[in-house]
Design a protein around this ligand. Structure first.
Ligand SMILES: Cc1cc2nc3c(=O)[nH]c(=O)nc-3n(C[C@H](O)[C@H](O)[C@H](O)COP(=O)(O)O)c2cc1C
Length: 223
């Protein structure tokens, strides 16, 4: 079982997103998965220029010569693809959005209809599963609304949305036991995903645990 994470945080390996991803991949490795952790910030990915050459002139091939062909190969050959990004302005980062735009060569210019919704067909029938991992700086779930709606199109089998993300890399004493407990739940979710093919309700509940009261968190941020 091959799982690839594409991390869209500009902070790359130092990101809070990667704290969550690392625990998840540790569990996945324990379950026997081959794992790949790609930091988009380290890659040369030009911005999609919207020429549609990859559909109409040279199907499946982009006009740009950058790192995308290798990344698309990794994407295509993975059994599980994980989009990992912090929330920037209620959405995924520009790095992640650009990466997702540049996956256009994997789509065919054929419009499909499902229950009155219209989309594009994939060039190959996809068997792979999708996971979304995100963290945000504020408390509350509203920060993930937009991302949830955008990634709905790939029907993720697991979404890990962590609010109060600033605690994950902090040395805050009172949060430390909760952070440890949370990251062990994340690791468990990675293990279950590979070992059983899904994550139990019990583990999903643990992924929603608060790390700190909103009042204390706002005080911790000093905002
Ligand atoms: C430009 C910018 C926009 C942000 N927008 C939001 C936001 O809308 N909601 C939120 O809760 N946090 C927001 N944040 C905070 C980040 O989500 C937070 O710092 C996160 O922990 C960064 O994760 P990373 O270390 O994985 O990059 C924003 C941060 C930046 C730099």
């Amino acid at each position: 079982m091959k799982i690839t994470v594409f991390n869209g945080s500009p902070a790359g390996a130092d990101s809070t997103t990667n704290v969550i991803v690392s625990s998840f991949l540790l569990g996945a490795q324990r379950g026997g998965a081959e794992t790949h952790n790609v930091f988009l910030s380290e890659k040369n990915i030009k911005q999609c220029c919207g020429c549609f050459s990859c559909w109409f002139k040279t199907p499946g091939k982009c006009v740009f010569n950058d790192d995308m062909p290798q990344l698309m190969e990794l994407y295509d050959s993975s059994d599980i693809v994980c989009f990992a990004t912090p929330v920037y302005t209620w959405n995924m980062t520009a790095l992640m959005k650009n990466f997702v735009d540049r996956l256009a060569p994997l789509k065919s210019p054929k419009i499909t209809e499902h229950n009155g919704d219209f989309d594009l067909a994939d060039t190959k029938v996809k068997e792979q599963k999708f996971i979304v991992i995100s963290n945000c700086g504020f408390p509350g779930e509203n920060n993930f609304k937009v991302m949830k709606a955008v990634f709905e199109c790939c029907s993720p089998c697991l979404e890990i949305f962590r609010n109060c993300g600033k605690l994950l890399k902090s040395h805050n004493q009172s949060a430390a036991p909760h952070v440890r407990e949370y990251l062990s739940a994340v690791e468990q979710s990675g293990f279950e995903m590979i070992h059983k093919g899904s994550v139990s309700e019990e583990t999903r509940k643990r992924l929603e645990m608060p790390l700190m009261s909103v009042r204390d968190y706002v005080k911790f941020l000093g905002m």
